[in-house]
Design a protein around this ligand. Structure first.
Ligand SMILES: [Mg+2]
Length: 376
C-alpha cells in the first residue's frame, strides 16, 4: 500500500499564513513579467479556469480580479523542509517527489497498525504543526494513490481499497490518468472514449491502433496497473565543492580565493538546508594524481566567516609547498539540524540575522550576486 501526500495549492497556502487577508480571494503566484507563468493559484482562481503552468497573461484574462504575487520562495523551501521533517520522523520509507508531494510506503505496516488511521494522524500532525492544508490518497500503487489524492482535494483524503481500483477509476475522465495530455484526450474523445470506464470497454489493441505503442501502457494504467517503486529520500550526509583546474595552479592567492568561493557556496547551501556542519575537509590533487585530504572537527556552524579560516588553515597544513595543484576541494560533513544546534551558541543571533539578509538577496538574485571580496 502506498500513501500519496500533496500540499494543497502549496505556495498560495504559505502566503495565506502570513497574509490572512488573502483568504477566500482569487490569488495567483507566479511571474509577473511579459512571459510570466502561473506557478500556483488558489481554488477561488481555479474556478475561473486558471491553473499551474498557464501563461500569466491568459490567467489574468480569465480572472481579471485575481491578486497576483510573485511569491516568497525561501519561505516555500522552509515549509517544504518542515513537512519533510515531520514525515521523516514517522514514515519508515518515503519518497519526496517534489517540494509539496510525498509517497510513503505502507507495505507491511498493517501487521502493526491500521495504515489508514496512521495516515490520518500523520496528516493531522502536519496540518496542526505547519498550518498548511494537505490531502492524501491511499491505494495499491503510486499512480492510483496520486489519482485518489487528486479526487480528495482540497483538504481531504481518500482510500481506494485493494481490489476496488476499477470501481474508483471507472467514472473519472480519461485525462485524470497521469500522462494523458490534451492531444491524447482529443484522440480518445474522437473515438468516444471520455471516461476511464470507456477504456475498460475497449481492447488494448484498439488503444494501440489509435495511440501507438503507448496505447497498451494506457490500457494497463486504466486498470490501475502501474509498477513503480519508492525512491527513498535521504538527507545529505555532506556538502562539497571541488574544482579541477584547466591548467595546473601554483598561485597561492588564486587557490585561496577558490577556497573562499567554494566555502561560501557550501555555507549558503548549509543555511538553505537549515543545517550546521561539525567537520571540514580539504582535498588537494597534484598533477601526478596523488590525492591528499585532511579534516578537522569544528564547533557546529553554517557561517562563512567561521568555516573559511579553518579551510584555509587546513590547506596550508596539507599543501606541499611549490607543487602545482590540479584539483582543489572543500567538504563539510557531520551535518546536523540547525534548530537544535544553534541554541548552543549565544552570539549567533546577530550573525544569523546578517546571513539571513545576505541569503535573501542570494535567493532573489541568484547565488552569484553576493560574495565577500575574495581571497582576503
Ligand atoms: Mg500540491
Amino acid at each position: 500500500m502506498i500513501a500519496h501526500f500533496d500540499l494543497d495549492s502549496f505556495f498560495v497556502s504559505v502566503e495565506l499564513l502570513t497574509q490572512p487577508s488573502l483568504k477566500g480571494k482569487a490569488v495567483i503566484v507566479g511571474g509577473q513579467n511579459e512571459k510570466g507563468i502561473v506557478s500556483t493559484c488558489s481554488y477561488e482562481a481555479r474556478k475561473f479556469g486558471v491553473h499551474s503552468a498557464m501563461p500569466m497573461k491568459t490567467a489574468i484574462r480569465l480572472c481579471p480580479h485575481a491578486i497576483v504575487i510573485s511569491g516568497t520562495h525561501s519561505e516555500y523551501s522552509r515549509y517544504s523542509k518542515w513537512v519533510t521533517k515531520i514525515i521523516a520522523s514517522k514514515a519508515p520509507l518515503f519518497e519526496k517527489a517534489s517540494v509539496d508531494e510525498f509517497y510513503i510506503d505502507l507495505t507491511g505496516m498493517d501487521k502493526f497498525f491500521d495504515p489508514l488511521k496512521w495516515t490520518i494522524e500523520l496528516r493531522e500532525q502536519i496540518i496542526n504543526e505547519t498550518g498548511l492544508p494537505i490531502s492524501f490518497g491511499i491505494a495499491k500503487n503510486k499512480m492510483v494513490a496520486k489519482m485518489a489524492t487528486n479526487e480528495a482535494k482540497p483538504n481531504g483524503f481518500l482510500q481506494v481499497p485493494l481490489g476496488k481500483e476499477n470501481e474508483f477509476l471507472a467514472p473519472l475522465e480519461v485525462d485524470k490518468i497521469p500522462g494523458v495530455g490534451e492531444r491524447a484526450s482529443q484522440i480518445l474523445n474522437y473515438h468516444e472514449i471520455k471516461l476511464i470506464k470507456d477504456i475498460h470497454n475497449t481492447t488494448p489493441g484498439d488503444l494501440e491502433k489509435w495511440l501507438g505503442k503507448w496505447g497498451y501502457e494506457l490500457w494497463n494504467k486504466a486498470q490501475g496497473n502501474y509498477t513503480s517503486v519508492i525512491t527513498e529520500y535521504r538527507e545529505p550526509k555532506s556538502i562539497s565543492k571541488e574544482n579541477t583546474f584547466q591548467e595546473n595552479i601554483s598561485d597561492i592567492n588564486f587557490l585561496m580565493s577558490e577556497i573562499v568561493r567554494m566555502t561560501e557556496k557550501i555555507s549558503f547551501e548549509l543555511r538553505k538546508e537549515e543545517k550546521v556542519a561539525g567537520c571540514v575537509t580539504i582535498k588537494i590533487r597534484y598533477p601526478d594524481f596523488e590525492t591528499n585530504s585532511r579534516q578537522v572537527s569544528i564547533p557546529y556552524t553554517s557561517a562563512d566567516d567561521e568555516i573559511i579560516p579553518v579551510a584555509k588553515d587546513l590547506f596550508h597544513k596539507l599543501y606541499k609547498k611549490g607543487m602545482l595543484v590540479r584539483l582543489l576541494g572543500v567538504r563539510v560533513s557531520d551535518l546536523s539540524n540547525d534548530a537544535v544546534q544553534t541554541n548552543l551558541f549565544q552570539n549567533t543571533e546577530r550573525k544569523n540575522t546578517l546571513y539571513k539578509a545576505i541569503d535573501d538577496v542570494k535567493n532573489r538574485f541568484g547565488g552569484a550576486s553576493v560574495y565577500r571580496a575574495s581571497g582576503k
